[in-house]
Design a protein around this ligand. Structure first.
Ligand SMILES: [Fe+2]
Ligand SMILES: [Fe+2]
Length: 198
């Protein structure tokens, strides 16, 4: 098995200029570190390509710091279809915008990495293992702090990938309901799909 630091070195070589371009706050940098670590270990556990998992984790929040206006502008420039939900909550677009940007510039062509980055915030139906993995990782990496996250991490440890994905989707949906927030259609679609196929 390839060590995490070897994978990171490889990525730093291959994506040097892109990584320099990535502007993140200190808090977000910590989140990325946590994601990279968890992506590596869960990919090992679930038998998923660790290089792809680490690369997706490293780049998934590339545009997270953009404000509403800038993210909409970038999405339009990249010809992304913007849903009603995304018009109301533009920052959820940061995954789609990042994936389209990487593809547009010919930097990442792997459809699984792009899909994982595209759907890491809200989840989606009928997605690959890598996408499920990044969704789980983003919500549960060690720096995340919210009610029930410790129990959620414990639950994931005992589950297979699909079960873990369902667990995080459920937690996301339940938390949104408790906080009286609008549910993202993509998250509900992911949940419904998983209920039907499992
Ligand atoms: Fe994100
Ligand atoms: Fe994230």
């Amino acid at each position: 098995m390839e060590q995490l630091n070897e994978i990171i070195l490889k990525i730093e070589n291959e994506y040097k200029s892109l990584l320099l371009e990535m502007k993140l706050s200190d808090k977000r940098k910590k989140h990325i570190e946590g994601c990279v670590e968890l992506a590596y270990s869960l990919a090992g556990l679930y038998n998923i390509d660790q290089y792809k998992a680490v690369l997706a984790a490293l780049l998934h929040d590339f545009f997270k710091e953009l404000n509403n206006k800038d993210i909409i502008e970038k999405a339009k420039r990249l010809n992304i279809d913007i849903s009603d939900f995304e018009v109301r909550f533009p920052r959820v677009l940061h995954g789609k915008v990042a994936a389209s940007y990487f593809l547009d510039r010919g930097l990442i062509k792997d459809k699984y990495i792009l899909e994982a980055i595209r759907h890491h915030t809200l989840g989606a139906a009928n997605v690959s293992e890598l996408t499920k993995l990044l969704f789980i990782v983003d919500a549960t990496e060690k720096h995340r702090e919210y009610e029930g996250v410790v129990e959620l991490r414990k639950g994931i440890e005992e589950k297979n990938l699909d079960e873990a994905y369902i667990l995080v989707l459920k937690k996301t949906i339940i938390d949104m309901i408790i906080k009286n927030k609008v549910l993202a259609p993509s998250t509900i679609g992911a949940y419904n799909y998983m209920m039907e196929v499992n």
